[in-house]
Write a protein that binds this ligand. Structure first.
Ligand code: FES
Length: 136
């Protein structure tokens, strides 16, 4: 039912866990199954994703998909990471049963949510520093 890669990634995820100093954290969930995914990104000043980790409260396919998604975006620029889709995740995982495809979509969505959070934090920082400058 699951490919060897899916089972391996589920049993030995390479990127599981939280991250100190993450500057982009995205959380997504699927209301139908109740699964939740949290993606942590460390993005450097050049806009390159130095590290990606995840925590998933979910099924085997969700864990394998997010773990693979982390590998896919590490070392990529934000723009490149935003082009990663669940299809890319599936290509590397092998196959998922049709009723588990949404698990890989959650992985894709978690990347976007984390990047969105990164931009929101950046905007806050800019507003803060602009406020300081105008007050001085
Ligand atoms: Fe919902 Fe896998 S069953 S994420």
């Amino acid at each position: 039912m699951y490919s060897k890669t899916v089972i391996d990634r589920f049993q030995n995820p390479r990127n599981a866990g939280g991250m100190h100093g993450a500057n982009g954290i995205g959380e997504v969930g699927n209301a139908a199954c109740g699964d939740i995914m949290k993606m942590y990104l460390k993005i450097n000043d050049d806009g390159v994703i130095e590290n990606a980790k995840f925590k998933t409260f979910g099924c085997c396919a969700a864990i394998a998909s997010t773990d693979m998604a982390c590998d896919l975006i590490k070392g990529k620029t934000i723009e490149e990471a935003l082009k990663v889709t669940n299809k890319d995740v599936l290509d590397l995982l092998g196959e998922l049963p049709p009723h588990k495809i949404h698990c890989s979509i959650l992985a894709e969505e978690s990347i976007r949510a984390a990047v969105q959070d990164y931009y929101a934090r950046k905007e806050k920082e800019i507003k803060k520093s602009t406020k300081k400058t105008t007050q001085e």
